[in-house]
Design a protein around this ligand. Structure first.
Ligand code: PEP
Ligand code: MN
Length: 340
C-alpha cells in the first residue's frame, strides 16, 4: 500500500512530475505539498492495491509511506504544516486565537445590532447568528430564514465585521454564501454527505461542528468529504458530545479531543463551550480550559436578554458576562503567545 511519496531534499521538478504522472497513470489523483525542506506527494483514492515498489524505484523518491487511516487530506501525515485560514484579514489556525460571538438565532435587527456592536468592541472578531435553525422539535423557532440573512448582511456592512451562519441543506449553500464569510455546518448535519460535498465545491471557509455522537475519526472523515472536493478551508469545532450523564450539563465538552485533533490534523480547532455545556455559568471556566488544551478559538452564544431568547437562552451569556469573559480569558490567551 502506498499513500505518501516523500521526495528527497532537492528533488527536481522533473522527478516530482514523474511521480505525479505515475500516480495519474494508475488512475489516482496526486496532491502535492511543498514544505520548506521537502516535497510530499499524496495519492488520493483507494490505495490498498498499489505496491510501494512502483514508486520506490523512481528517481528522487526518498520514502513511500502508507497511512492506514481513511482520511488523508485531513491528516497531519499528509499535510504536516498547520492550515491557517484567512477571513477578511482575520487569521484562523495555529498561532492565532479568534473569538466568534453572537446570538444563537438572529431574532431582529435591533437584537443583532446591539449584540454585534458590543461583542466587536470587546474583542470578538467574527459575528455568529443563525437564520436557518435545525431544532430538535419542528414546533420550536426555526429561524428567520432569508429575512434573517438580509439582517445579517446589513449589520455586517454597518459594523464591518465578518459573519458566520449555519447552512442546513445543499440548496441553501448559494444564498448563505452570498452573505456569510464562514459557513457553519451544525452538529446534526455533520453526517449530511451531500451538504459536505456541496460546500466542498465552493471557495468559502466552512466551520464543521462535531456530531454529538461522532467518534473523532468520523469527524475527520466528514472533514475529508469537504477537502476532497477541493475546499481546503475547513475549521473543526468541538461542541460537546453525549455520554451517560446529562444530569447537570446538556453535553460533555470533550476537551481531550482538542490535543488529539491537533496531533491528527492540520486543521484549526474552535471550541463551543455554550452548546458544549448548555449552561451560561460554565462558559467562562470551559473557555479557559479550551485555551489550556490548545484550541485556536471559541464560538460563544451571547444575547442582550437571554431570558427572552427564542433559542438557547439558558446557555447564552449576557453582554456584561461577555465583557467578563474577555477580561478573564485574555491572560490565558497571552500565556499561549497566540495572536488575538
Ligand atoms: C448553534 O451553533 O446554534 C447550533 C445549533 O450548534 P450545534 O449544531 O452544535 O448544536
Ligand atoms: Mn444555539
Amino acid at each position: 500500500m502506498a499513500d505518501l511519496i516523500i521526495m528527497r531534499q532537492g528533488a527536481t521538478e522533473e522527478e516530482i512530475e514523474k511521480v505525479v504522472k505515475k500516480i495519474e497513470k494508475l488512475g489516482f489523483q496526486a496532491h502535492i505539498s511543498r514544505g520548506t525542506e521537502r516535497t510530499i506527494i499524496g495519492i488520493i483514492g483507494d490505495t490498498r492495491e498499489i505496491s510501494d515498489e512502483v514508486f520506490r524505484v523512481l528517481p528522487g523518491v526518498s520514502e513511500v509511506i502508507s497511512i492506514l487511516k481513511e482520511y488523508k487530506l485531513a491528516s497531519r501525515d499528509f499535510h504536516p504544516n498547520d492550515t491557517i485560514i484567512d477571513v477578511n484579514g482575520i487569521k484562523i489556525g495555529e498561532g492565532y486565537f479568534v473569538i466568534m460571538a453572537g446570538p444563537c438565532s438572529v431574532e431582529s435587527k435591533e437584537q443583532l445590532y446591539k449584540t454585534a456592536k458590543y461583542v466587536k468592541e470587546k474583542g470578538a472578531k467574527i459575528l455568529r447568528g443563525a437564520v436557518f435553525k435545525p431544532r430538535t422539535s419542528p414546533y420550536s423557532f426555526l429561524g428567520l430564514g432569508a429575512e434573517g440573512l438580509k439582517i445579517i448582511k446589513e449589520i455586517k456592512e454597518e459594523l464591518e465585521i465578518p459573519v458566520i451562519t449555519e447552512v442546513m441543506s445543499p440548496e441553501e449553500v448559494e444564498i448563505v454564501s452570498e452573505v456569510s464569510d464562514i459557513l457553519q455546518i451544525g452538529t446534526r448535519n455533520m453526517f449530511n454527505y451531500r451538504l459536505l460535498q456541496k460546500v466542498g465545491r465552493i471557495d468559502k471557509p466552512v466551520l464543521l461542528k462535531r456530531n454529538f455522537s461522532a467518534k473523532i475519526s468520523e469527524f475527520l472523515n466528514c472533514a475529508e468529504y469537504i477537502l476532497k472536493e477541493g475546499n481546503n478551508k475547513v475549521i473543526l469545532c468541538e461542541r460537546g458530545i453525549r455520554t451517560f450523564d446529562s444530569e447537570f450539563t446538556r453535553n460533555i465538552l470533550d476537551l481531550s479531543a482538542i490535543p488529539i485533533l491537533k496531533k491528527e490534523t492540520h486543521l484549526p480547532i474552535i471550541v463551543d463551550p455554550s452548546h458544549g455545556t448548555g449552561r451560561r455559568d460554565l462558559v467562562i471556566p470551559m473557555s479557559k480550559a479550551a485555551i489550556g488544551a490548545g484550541a485556536d478559538g471559541l464560538i460563544i452564544e451571547v444575547h442582550p436578554k437571554p431570558e427572552e431568547a427564542l433559542s438557547d437562552g439558558f446557555q447564552s451569556i449576557t453582554l456584561d458576562m461577555f465583557s467578563n469573559l474577555m477580561n478573564e480569558i485574555t491572560p490565558f490567551i497571552e500565556i499561549t503567545k497566540k495572536k488575538m
